[in-house]
Design a protein around this ligand. Structure first.
Ligand code: ZN
Length: 143
């Protein structure tokens, strides 16, 4: 029973500390909480975020897991789900979360805020950058 209370206390303190930094809680279960970073791309509201997501562009998000008394965060950096190497989303796992917030998260937040989402348009519109045109040429030659 005390573990349950501890989990609830930890989760509420953690959620509060992340929300103060602009993270939005969007999912939770008995062992984890998930956030997205609202300041990604200089700040996106829910409608724009959903529109971007429908087009394959995702914001910085994070899941914090409670495992064996420790808090570990994994991040998915902003980017395109099926993009080129430069624009594809990268996952960072196993960040320790002392005092409810990993110190190194500030750097990822800063990069997400200034990440130029316009640079990903070619990936989104034509496929992975630099390969789509070559691929289209190959297809035309094959016909
Ligand atoms: Zn690209």
């Amino acid at each position: 029973m005390s573990e349950t209370v501890s989990f609830v206390e930890r989760a509420s303190s953690l959620v509060l500390s992340w929300e103060r930094r602009g993270w939005i809680l969007y999912d939770s279960d008995i062992q984890s909480v998930s956030f997205l970073y609202s300041h990604t791309f200089g700040g996106v509201g829910t409608e724009l975020r959903l529109w971007l997501s429908e087009h394959g562009i995702e914001t910085l998000d994070a899941t914090v897991n409670f495992m064996d008394g420790a808090l570990l965060a994994s991040l998915k950096l902003p980017g395109v789900e099926l993009g080129c190497e430069a624009h594809r989303r990268v996952e960072v796992i196993g960040l320790a979360v002392p005092n409810y917030f990993p110190a190194c998260l500030s750097e990822y937040e800063g990069r997400a805020r200034y990440y130029p989402r316009g640079d990903m348009s070619e990936c989104v519109l034509f496929g992975p950058c630099g390969r789509s045109y070559a691929g289209a040429t190959v297809r035309e030659d094959e016909q």
